[in-house]
Design a protein around this ligand. Structure first.
Ligand SMILES: Cc1cc2nc3c(=O)[nH]c(=O)nc-3n(C[C@H](O)[C@H](O)[C@H](O)COP(=O)(O)OP(=O)(O)OC[C@H]3O[C@@H](n4cnc5c(N)ncnc54)[C@H](O)[C@@H]3O)c2cc1C
Length: 284
């Protein structure tokens, strides 16, 4: 589908139309809460945008016994409402309901959060890493499913040719937690985030956001937890001590905090995370 990309606004009626628009240079506009602030970051607004709101499946959350599928166009507000009270997904609810402010959460989407490439502070990225998500992209050659970690690392190249359509999760978690540290007040970006999720085998995935440029799993700490008697730290203090011992992050300097500070707060966030997991799981 050839279209002129001069100052155009396309409300795609199908995912195929949206991908075709993307292939000729249109930029996806979801909630616009990140994109519309491009000029503040010294980036020009795009000449052509394609919106996805007319494609119904992108705004759906499907929850069945074993799996969950979240459309990329689901807003933070809708995500929090859909998942509240579902065992194991406390981290996603915490990320969706703790980010930004009510006005932003009403329009900002999960897809926009994951596709804002130079946005280290994204709340949903570590929460989805901890929960073991995969994502689905729509490309000209069909749907492509990849692990969330690979997506986060390679998304600049992937999104040149694709649109994020779905986030997929297994329902094998018994508890999760999302601990964020904003510096001053609600609405601030978090200076550091620790998300954790525990499955029925006591296997704990831990992810860190906002400390390095891209959120990532804290595998050294996951292994340290697994090496504890019973496969999990006996209490939150022990978890914090392990976090201090296995801190292998390179803190990024930023306007709201320097790198050393982001590293320094991680053990405290781990301590709160383990306390939250134990409380949710009934072990406190
Ligand atoms: C005052 C304020 C406070 C904020 N606080 C927080 C916070 O505490 N935590 C946090 O995580 N975020 C925060 N944000 C950032 C922002 O709101 C989120 O990152 C938001 O989720 C972006 O979603 P959106 O739908 O508005 O994306 P948009 O701005 O529409 O898009 C963002 C980027 O993603 C691309 N994109 C969007 N959807 C897709 C898709 N399906 N496929 C391919 N590319 C896509 C767009 O082309 C664009 O490059 C804040 C923003 C503001 C303005």
């Amino acid at each position: 589908m050839a279209q002129s990309m001069e100052r155009s606004f396309i409300a795609a009626g199908s995912i195929e139309e949206a991908v075709a628009s993307r292939m000729v240079g249109a930029v996806v506009l979801a909630g616009g809460t990140w994109l519309m602030r491009d000029p503040l970051r010294g980036v020009e607004l795009p000449e052509a945008v394609v919106t996805l709101h007319r494609i119904p499946f992108l705004s759906e959350v499907i929850i069945d016994a074993d799996h969950m599928v979240i459309g990329a166009g689901v807003t933070h507000e809708a995500l929090g409402k859909a998942l509240r009270g579902i065992a194991g997904f406390e981290a996603l609810v915490g990320a969706a309901e703790g980010a930004a402010n009510p006005g932003i959460r009403r329009v900002a989407t999960i897809g926009g959060n994951l596709c804002s490439i130079d946005f280290a502070e994204a709340d949903l990225a570590p929460a989805l890493l901890a929960c073991g998500a995969a994502v689905e992209l729509e490309t000209t050659s069909g749907a492509k499913r990849i692990d969330i970690a690979d997506f986060l690392n390679d998304r600049r190249a992937l999104l040149e040719q694709a649109i994020l359509t779905k986030i997929l999760l297994r329902r094998d978690l018994i508890a999760s937690a999302h601990i964020r540290l904003p510096l001053r007040k609600a609405g601030d970006y978090p200076v550091a985030i620790v998300s954790m999720a525990l499955d029925a085998d006591k296997c704990c995935r831990i992810a860190v956001g906002s400390v390095e440029p891209v959120a990532r799993r804290w595998t050294a700490l996951e292994q340290a937890f697994a090496g504890e008697p019973g496969g999990f730290p006996r209490d939150a203090e022990r978890a914090a001590a392990l976090a201090a011992e296995h801190n292998d992050f390179q803190g990024r300097d930023g306007t709201e905090a320097e790198g050393w500070y982001r590293l320094q707060v991680l053990p405290v966030l781990v301590k709160r995370g383990v306390a939250a997991l134990r409380a949710t799981e009934g072990l406190a």
